[in-house]
Design a protein around this ligand. Sequence first.
Ligand code: SAH
Ligand code: F3S
Length: 462
Amino acid sequence: MDAELTVPEAVGVVHPARAAITRRVYVEAFGCQMNFLDGELAVSRLSDHGWARTADAEAADLILFNTCSIRDQSENRVWSRLGALRERKARDPGLLIGVMGCMAQREAAQILKRMPHVDLVCGTRRFQEMHRLVERAETEGQVLAVEVDGFVDVVRDVRIRPERHRAYVSVMRGCDHRCSYCIVPRTRGTQVDRPFDDVVSEVRRLSADGVREITLLGQNINTYGRYLPDRPTLGGVIRAVDQVPGIERIRFLTSNPMDIEDELLEAMAETPAAAGYLHFPAQHGHSDVLRRMYRGYSRERYLEVCETARRLCPGIELASDLIVGFPGETEEEFEATRSLMETVQFKQVYIFKYSPRPGTAAAEKLVDDVSDAVKRDRKNELLAVQERISIARNQRLVGTDVHVLVDGPSPRNAARLSGRAEGSHMVIFDGSEDLAGRFIRVRVERATAAALYGTLVPGSEH
Ligand code: SAH
Ligand code: F3S
């Protein structure tokens, strides 16, 4: 049996009648979690119209790349992948090739011009029409759909998702900030919030289908609700999602520290399911650089938020994104990022070399004057700092019990199980495979920078 074609039965959910499966779509997402979710949502629409997902690009009738524009290399990767399909399309003219996501939005008609074998370019707010766009591409030839006005009405078959026990749910799209390095407001448009009840009802349907961990998504998620009539907040969504039976862990991405208010941290503190982990990108440790980035907060303000988060949610793990080599970054400014890492002691950081993006304020007004070699050295230096911090932080957990959502066999050693603790640590332990999707406690015995190793606490599963 073709595993890709089986759709698990939903529990207590009514779905529209499904057309017979006639064709296969291969979707590959690049970049952020929102792209992974949007790829799933596009497949969900297609699946109502006779399409099934395949993991094998060679067997696909439609190849869809869900693209990222955040750095130059993100786009280069897609250009070369598209180029590589030229020959296959010549061999198999019936094959459809589609590009969606941020690069589709940004490059738009350029993609169709540079890659004439591409059939369909679908912007960041049009993927819910994927079935119609594909039909048009078949009958009319190349299709360009990149308008960004308006709301994305999420129509979702909750059964179509890659992980049984975890799911992403979008709460808003777009961003009204203009951080000077960032292309996202141009590719994803201005902020549009999803109605509160839609979000909660999607979570209910997901939980009825076995989901236990929800990750709420938005480009600037802490300003959620500012455009809705009764001004709900992200804190309110967290409280409501926590009330949904079966949901035991709640994450959210991504938060601009400028907009983090105590109300959100208080909601996290009152909701143990959400209190273990907070990813809120600092981007830099020096207030002058933060000013050039138009981030809207200083180093001191950032540290204050970290302190409040730790006071209200004891044991919380903090994670961050950091950019090295922003225009004009001096050695002293770079050192401030290192010292921020030492001060905060993040659980995890994602470090990026600055990449000028066309049309952004930094690309237009500032000179990209830090050489690639210096950017690389600075990135490597920070990675080494974090490695040391991660080991020390993880070792503090040796001898304690952590609360783990079990994923299944460990990717590195299938004889063991792996899962994620409340602070988002990877945890490796022995146990039976049928624990997948359950919560358990693990007594930590050993820790590296990347993972915690321990023993299942008997009788702790639920
Ligand atoms: N919405 C998020 C940002 C999403 S982009 C926020 O508010 O912070 C993900 C990460 O990519 C950013 O946090 C940033 O660290 C990095 N990034 C964005 N633009 C970049 C650029 N031009 N060059 C290098 N890294 C960049
Ligand atoms: Fe980008 Fe800043 Fe918005 S990093 S997504 S412009 S908050």
